[in-house]
Design a protein around this ligand. Sequence first.
Ligand code: 4NP
Length: 151
Amino acid sequence: MVCLGNICRSPLAEGIMKEKMKRLDLPCFIDSAGTGGWHAGELPDQRSIDTAFKYGINISSQRARQIQMEDLDTFDLIFTMDQSVHKDVLSIAENKDQEEKIYLFLDYAGSSNAPIVPDPYWGQTKEFEATYRLIDQACDQIIARLKKEFL
Ligand code: 4NP
């Protein structure tokens, strides 16, 4: 799960997807990262922590990190939260195998709307709530797709 700072959107996506996989007893390794390294080592944004907590998910043990080219080998699927992040992740890919693993998160989920998870960083708590719901629904759609295609 990749966003810009790895403190707002992708920590939510990591936390939500991990929780769903755990509940379904599906053996997947999920992690998140940012294209930027400014927040490396930091906890998720307090508003993401609070929003996830409201839904029973604790993301406070996550720490931000910057995506590395090696991640594109380690992981089978790389999900990007918006077009700009997508472009930046594609730019660190060194071969076609890596490139082909990179998907816009909402595109992969089959979302009928614009495939962008808006960045709530400059917004208020209500934007974080909307982000949570958007990601939560997309995770359900992605799990349904993974079950059909891989599991
Ligand atoms: P994220 O949000 O990409 O969802 O983690 C942001 C977090 C921090 C910044 C921008 C977006 N920032 O400019 O520091």
